[in-house]
Design a protein. Sequence first.
Length: 520
Amino acid sequence: MKPAARYCAVYTRKSSEEGLEQDFNSLDAQKEACLAYITSQKAEGWLPVSASYDDGGFSGGNMDRPGLKKMMEDILTGKVNIIVVYKIDRLTRSLMDFAKLVEVFDRHNVTFVSVTQSFNTTTSMGRLTLNVLLSFAQFEREVTGERIRDKIAASKKRGMWMGGNPPIGYMVSNRQLVVDDEGARIANHIFERYLAVGCVSRLKRELDHKGMKSKIRVSEKGWQYGGSSFSRGALNTILTNPVYIGKVRHRHAVYDGQHQPIIPKEIWDAVQAKLQGQAASPRRQKKYADEMLLRGKLFGYDGMLYSPTFTNKSGRRYRYYVSGNFREFKDHPKGIIARLPAVEIEEAVVNGIREALSSRLVIAGALGMDAAAAGRELGHILNNHSAISPRDLVSGVVDRININQQKVTIQIIPSNLRSVLQEHLDISLPQHSLDDSYSIEVPFQVQKSYRGAVVIRPDQETRDRVFDRHPQELKNLIRGIIWRDEHFQGLSIREIARREGLNETYVGRLVRESFSTLQS
């Protein structure tokens, strides 16, 4: 009896783009080996599907890959019965992602096969062996990352230039920085004029008036960038970059470089002193370090600014953002939220940016990059963006935040995002022209608590996951369940309320809500 047809999907992946332009590359070699294996199983009814699932230049550390997404869609629609890969780490290098994939495979009766490693994921022993191998694959990826970071740190200690876009005044020759005379004159002018005007904003206006623009550059891929006016962030980066006095910076350390300085040391010291003098005092910086994260950036849909404020109660400080309407007129239009709890709205904004930086397509869209061509850079951002602090994300990237009762719209400046990613992740990104703004939308719900305070809740999909709820809501849920059980054992609502020192209506409401939680 002829066996039933089993349709096989061949999945291939390569972390880097190197060599993909060849007529026969690594993806072709993987596919050829997998197709040969499928042919050897023809007697069992194995047949290759016509669709291709290839991811060239994508890391195995996450699942944001077009070829993988296309394959998962075909699995959900029943077009694929068997997944065939050359090695299991081609599919993923993450244990957590692998567990999610196996769960989907099992749910749709899909078998996973590695050509060079014979496993059957339908058995517990097969899963155990795969998990062990994936543990080593993940370990190898993490060790490789550590080795690269250590190499960069050691090279910079020796004063070596480790790649990226050369600062204005320099160009790269034989992997070393050499002085560019035209750019050096512009850099010297920027330092000298800053000492004269004493303000970055005034310096920018003066440079714009003179028509001074950044140097036009062409990347190896033919992208043209530069030729635009200097932003305040770019000017501040130039004024604080020790490369101009022959130094190399790595994170918080500065080392003697192997290149020639172009700014005299006395001018550099004078500029740094003036910049530090204009900055807030350390005491004030410390006072507001963990507060007022959205200061000057949060607006209602009526255009009124939310101002930070706080109140002290029982020795504890509670922070809020208050609408300008409510602050000035003690009133606010319908639909405007008068007062927002600072912690919740700040978490909503930061988590929204983090989620955007976890999407390859969003990052590529914001930075004007080709998601397929820039696989290495995007993978580095996806894996390491959590190293950027919330304050650096908000202050360095966010231009404006608009809020209403259904969503928060975060407007970021793509050029600033590029600068922050390059500075904090030691990565080089293309400098071609970008849009002035890019928007990120974060859905959420606003509800008043029993004491009248506004509580920001996540969207309904997130709320359905009990332990992702707001901490106060989770606490009330647990109390309601405990009191419900006591009530079933004979204790009245009035007795519970008297014992807890709470209002009887409030206790009864939490008990009733515990029943609705069980139904959901």
